[in-house]
Design a protein around this ligand. Structure first.
Ligand SMILES: [Zn+2]
Length: 427
């Protein structure tokens, strides 16, 4: 039998194990925020992987953003070295999940199996991907006990909230240094026949307009911060949005609509704070002296962050020039550089060849509209040979009745095992 058939058979033989493992992982309600059951899921994985000969490190991101005694940010790093020297292939999955939300017809933590699918919050994003990489590694090791190099599997915290208590913390401590790890695969749900090379950049900022409070019956004695903000938003509508729509990227971002820079107004608030629910009276008449928006600007490789910020500043300055008394502040909240792994990078070529061998078609190369933990591996770890590749269907992430297809998982596990064979299995 050829390598591909040997590995496919080894993975078919583990189908029930794969289903059970995925269901067990879904059973941990690792909701973030606030970050629940992180220790429990890491301990479960530690038991599983140590019984398969992996060395285990449990790493709490002490002092990281959101880490506390009530909600400790636990991570697991498992490593299995082969008997010969060689490269290290690292599979990184986040173990946290976003909120459950409404509209479910299934129990989000039961891992219900129906018609070849496993349902649950995190089934596709990304406990199914984590389980797939574990089964792929175990099957590969059983078929190739004398493999070269090492395999690492990590389950990390807080991807859903920026990854500071997870991959960023590990990257700062050398876990993704290129002399330790040479290839990284992140089994995020990007579909089993697609390779995700990277993501667009992000800039979040708060823009605040200032006015002067006065009685609402005599607004001419005050200065309305909400009207100033209205002028800023109008300038965005008339000037900025058309400019952004006219800019395109050569990055293969999916969906197509994201092949332009984008700007979302995430939130707006001006004037009196919302009253407590048990307050039954009327609001007071005041001219608002503060109005604040949060913007979410996604930028492309062809733009740079300095220009992105300067463009917003120039727009607001143009408004200021027309409005006497107008003042404002811009506060940076969060920024991520765009990243895109080269199509000729070893991990890209190897996974691409494996997709061709297993699925009989060329992979699609895509870029994600939003970011994921590759940003930390790229910027802090300085490791460029990194992709996202996993079996889930991207559109189902964070939706009610999220599911993952069992055949998609076994196909993808075969791709991953064949990738390991190619990178670590050669004589
Ligand atoms: Zn995810």
């Amino acid at each position: 039998m050829d390598e591909h058939s040997v590995l496919r058979e080894a993975i078919s033989g583990r189908r029930e194990d794969l289903i059970g493992l995925t269901r067990d992982l879904i059973g941990f309600a690792t909701l973030n925020p606030p970050g629940l059951q992180y220790l429990e899921i890491c301990e479960y994985l530690a038991d599983r992987l140590s019984s398969k000969g992996f060395e285990i490190e449990m790493v709490r991101a002490k002092g990281a953003l959101a880490d506390s005694e009530s909600y400790p940010r636990w991570n697991l790093v498992a490593r299995r070295a082969g008997p010969r020297p060689g490269d290290c292939v690292h599979f990184n999955s986040h173990h946290d999940i976003g909120e459950v939300g409404h509209g479910w017809s299934k129990d989000p933590f039961a891992g219900t199996v129906e018609d070849g699918r496993i349902y649950g919050r995190g089934a596709c994003d990304m406990k199914g991907g984590l389980a797939t990489s574990i089964i792929a590694a175990e099957a590969f090791i059983d078929c190739n006990p004398d493999f070269a190099g090492a395999i690492e599997i990590s389950a990390t915290a807080d991807e859903e909230s920026g990854g500071y208590g997870g991959v960023a913390y590990l990257a700062e401590r050398g876990y993704f240094d290129p002399d330790r790890v040479q290839h990284v695969i992140i089994p995020e749900p990007l579909n089993k026949d697609r390779i995700c090379l990277g993501h667009r950049g992000v800039w979040w900022a708060e823009i605040e307009t200032h006015g002067r409070i006065a009685h609402g019956s005599m607004p001419f004695l005050g200065d309305c911060a909400v009207r100033h903000m209205g002028a800023v938003l109008q300038e965005m509508e008339e000037v900025l949005f058309p400019v952004l729509a006219g800019r395109s990227t050569a990055m293969p971002v999916v969906p197509d609509g994201a092949r332009h820079p984008s700007l979302n107004i995430n939130a707006i608030h001006g004037g009196e704070p919302e009253q407590a629910e048990d307050y039954t009276g009327l609001p007071a008449p005041c001219v608002p002296d503060r109005c604040r928006i949060t913007i979410d600007r996604r930028f492309i490789l062809e733009e740079n962050l300095g220009d992105v910020k300067a463009e917003i500043a120039a727009l607001i300055e143009a408004v200021k020039a027309r409005r006497p008394g107008f003042t404002y502040e811009i506060h940076d909240l969060f920024e991520v550089q765009p990243t895109m792994t080269d199509r000729e990078a070893p991990v890209v070529k190897t996974v691409g060849d494996a997709i061709q061998a297993v699925l009989g078609r060329q992979p699609d190369f895509v870029v994600s509209p939003g970011t994921y933990d590759q940003k930390h591996i790229d910027r802090i770890g300085r490791l460029k040979n990194c992709i996202a590749y996993g079996p889930g269907i991207l559109d189902l992430a964070h939706q009610p009745d999220e599911w993952i297809g069992i055949d998609d998982m076994t196909d993808s596990a075969t791709v991953m095992a064949l990738t390991l064979r190619e990178l670590l299995g050669k004589e």
